[in-house]
Design a protein. Sequence first.
Length: 218
Amino acid sequence: MMHSTRARKTLIQCDFDGTITEKDVSFTLLDTFADGDWRQLLSEYKEGKISVGCFNTKAFAMVKADRQTLLEAIEGQVKVRAGFHELVVYCRRKGFRLVIVSNGLDFYIKAILSDIGMEDIPVFAAQTRFLPEGMQVQYVGPDGRHLPDGFKEAYVSSFLRRGYQVVYVGNGPSDFPAAKRCHHIFATGELLGYCKKANLNCNAFADFNDIVRALAVW
């Protein structure tokens, strides 16, 4: 059940890869540049043997290309899910805060947002350094400390403590622990399946126009 937005300030926490973008940008980069069997690490993550943060840290350590090379590889290849611009405009008009919290990497998320004229949206994602021996990926929580696991959940907790009504938007398994703590969920892909299995109330969406229409009747 949706809660009245008049009673509380509202924040929308949105995933990036596979949610704002139609495909996972990090997988594209790893397929192209990883010098090693990164998909074995992906299997370990999906089997619950390692965290998503551990997966990204180890997988991107296999990438020795520099920032510019990586960005050039995805130039013109990333498709943003329809209706994202409309959601941003709607949030601004209603006074909702929209933030991106992603297990993806900050450098490409910010570059893609800049390309579509949305560079002012706050981004909380993996911080990256480009080193000759491989990329260095680090997750930093709301308290400024290194956070090896529970990145998205930590931000949800922080926003809840600050009195926000938090609406979650996501698509994948790593979104579920954070999403289930929020006041409302918009889900697609695997996240939708997780929510249904857990009997969590959520709205399915195909694109962001679906979310705008649902928010408009609050």
